[in-house]
Write a protein that binds this ligand. Sequence first.
Ligand SMILES: Nc1nc2c(ncn2[C@@H]2O[C@H](COP(=O)(O)OP(=O)(O)O)[C@@H](O)[C@H]2O)c(=O)[nH]1
Ligand SMILES: [Mg+2]
Length: 290
Amino acid sequence: MTIQWFPGHMTKARRQIEEKLKLIDVVIELLDARIPLSSRNPMVDEILKGKPRLVLLNKNDLADPQVTADWVKYFADQGLPALPIDAATGTHVKEILPRVKQLWAHKIERQLSKGINPRAVRALIVGIPNVGKSTLINQLAGKKIAATGDKPGVTKGQQWIKVGTEMDLLDTPGILWPKFEDQMVGMRLAATGAIKEELLHLDEIALFVVKYMVQNYGAGIQERFGVQDLPEDLDDIQEMVKVMEAIGRKRGAIVSGGKVDLDKASLIIIRELRAGKMGRISLERPLDKR
Ligand SMILES: Nc1nc2c(ncn2[C@@H]2O[C@H](COP(=O)(O)OP(=O)(O)O)[C@@H](O)[C@H]2O)c(=O)[nH]1
Ligand SMILES: [Mg+2]
């Protein structure tokens, strides 16, 4: 992930998506199931201007299934259908086409009633960097990948990928920027690997992860790292650092003199989280304070 977002880049990204929107019927908004709102572009409603939209909660293999179910309900309550998927393995990817068709069914019916042969529904994937857009495009393309080349009315350079006979997917996604002004959003993005960790201190990110885990997945920490007592006061940083030290000790992150190397411990915590080794963990809930 190399994009550094400056206001000029945002304007350009927005313009590029608006160009693509002219060509398409349905938008597929890709979010990270572990942090759906933090991985969402703050202006997405404004940019998409009421296009029919399917929300996909990707990387659901790493997210807490119960929390993901809460998010599906959260989006449904706002009138947005949402579907959890794993683009990497293709789990539930087959359900995307029927959902997209549902969103376009009214148009197809109208065309049929006028005696017009309906064309394939045209879709575009949008999302922030690293959310899995390319992985999903490849997964949807599968072996049936068939770039149809320059169709009339298609912007130069854009190609359509045929997903069966009923959906055409634009081969390049719309890239959106996240809402990093908010410090908690930045933490969640860094913890999941959506933004470069060099932008934040590793120990700060690890501290955030440990605090969230103590709050929501305490038993997991106790089992995996053999930490006996967990702090009751979530704002007691010294106690949280002790948990980090216990994890570091368990993983052998020791410097000479037997002290725990907190940087190393932080890296271990973040790596294990991202690899799903601590279990399926969500770092954002619909009811979290924002
Ligand atoms: N665990 C997991 N990893 C995924 C999934 N989808 C994508 N990834 C990984 O996320 C990273 C970014 O994916 P990519 O498709 O390049 O994101 P893009 O920047 O939005 O195009 C890659 O390492 C993918 O392998 C998923 O469903 N589960
Ligand atoms: Mg990509």
